[in-house]
Design a protein around this ligand. Structure first.
Ligand SMILES: [Zn+2]
Ligand SMILES: [Zn+2]
Length: 368
């Protein structure tokens, strides 16, 4: 069957730009590296620009401006607005509007990067094709009050060209003449834009496709440690969709979340404040609820299909179900009464929730 492309809806500016960046990153940049190699200066610029622009998206565009998960002084807002623009992902006003709609309507028709429209659509298709009529920017009234945000909204393309592409080329020229300028443009400019953009896009595609769902399987968002390494900690997407206003995405102390660490550091330096966190009992309550919901669903499926399963494994599931039901009610009552719950009890219940999920996965594997 021939591939039908809705040409009338193609956004030619976005498509042309992304195609140019991709070809430059995949052909011109490797050619440059093969021909001229990578100097220490150029490698340093690439690393600096990757971290500065990548973190401006995760810390600034995402957690600060889209979710208001903390407050930041103007130098942080200014830095993340300038370097966020250099990721060529649109102004923060547009980005936050799309992202807030994504959270509100996740997996639905009004979700701009709805995974149910396919992996390609969620990854990049939604940028290549216009949605008609274009949704209004009616969910970012709070951001419009920020003068820096409005300044960036007006000039984001110019900032991106000057600071994101021309400046690394100029610095490269200063360091090693024309070859250095070309290197700055191709490696710290185009290749870095490609890498940072693809990593952001993977959050919308891969993190809604593969990974664990310990907090909620009501939507497609998933936790992926591999993605967390590629996106400064944004890979814990299941937690993020369950508790979007928490400044942490990797909520466990050992989770790899440099964005969380950077926000915490900024707060210690007096540049950030009002870091929002969800109380631990509430998080564990969500984990228990999810495990119980999945157990009910799984057992109902087994009953319906009429397959016989290992009695011993089934007894383990029932036992864990009962214990978790009691734990759920105890925790719920403690939260309502604003009473303290001991750390030991919390970690025991979390362990039991996990054990229940493990026991469920073993059920089908042991036919009687
Ligand atoms: Zn998402
Ligand atoms: Zn988000």
């Amino acid at each position: 069957m021939p591939l039908r492309v809705p040409y009338k809806r193609v956004d030619w500016i976005n498509t042309g730009f992304l195609l140019t960046v991709t070809l430059t990153a995949l052909i011109a940049a490797p050619w440059y590296l093969w021909k001229h190699g990578m100097s220490g200066f150029l490698a340093g610029m690439f690393v600096f620009y990757s971290i500065a622009t990548g973190m401006s998206i995760t810390l600034g565009y995402h957690r600060l401006f889209s979710h208001l998960s903390f407050k930041a002084k103007w130098p942080v807002r200014f830095f993340t607005l300038v370097f966020g623009a250099c990721a060529f992902e649109n102004s923060v006003l547009n980005w936050a509007s799309d992202h807030r709609r994504h959270h509100k309507h996740v997996d639905d028709d009004d979700d701009p990067y709805n995974i149910n429209n396919g992996f390609f659509w969620a990854h990049i298709g939604w940028i290549l094709f216009k949605v008609l009529p274009e949704p209004p920017l009616d969910n970012v009234a709070d951001l419009r009050k920020d003068k820096l945000v409005m300044w960036q909204h007006r000039w984001d393309k110019l900032i991106a060209m000057v600071v994101g592409l021309a400046l690394p080329a100029a610095l490269g020229y200063w360091h090693s003449g024309a070859v250095g300028a070309l290197g700055g443009f191709l490696i710290a400019g185009a290749l870095r834009v490609f890498v940072v953009q693809q990593c952001t896009f993977f959050i919308n595609s891969l993190c809604h496709t593969i990974g664990r769902q310990p907090y909620s399987s009501k939507n497609s968002a998933r936790d992926s440690t591999v993605m967390a390494f590629l996106t400064f900690g944004e890979g814990y997407h299941n937690f993020h969709h369950a508790f979007q206003h928490d400044y942490r995405n990797g909520v466990k102390p050992w989770n790899f979340d440099p964005t969380k660490w950077a926000i915490w550091l900024l707060s210690k330096l007096g540049l950030a404040s009002d870091l929002r966190t969800v109380p631990e009992p509430k998080i564990i309550l969500a984990e228990i609820a999810e495990a119980r919901r999945r157990a009910d669903e799984h057992l109902a499926q087994i009953t319906q299909s009429g397959v016989s399963v290992c009695e011993k494994a089934l007894a383990t599931v029932h036992d864990l179900q009962e214990r978790l039901a009691a734990a759920y009610h105890e925790l719920e009552a403690a939260m309502a009464a604003k009473a303290e719950t001991s750390r030991q009890a919390l970690s025991r219940w979390r362990k039991e929730a996990r054990e229940l999920l493990d026991a469920l996965s073993r059920l089908d594997l042991q036919p009687a």
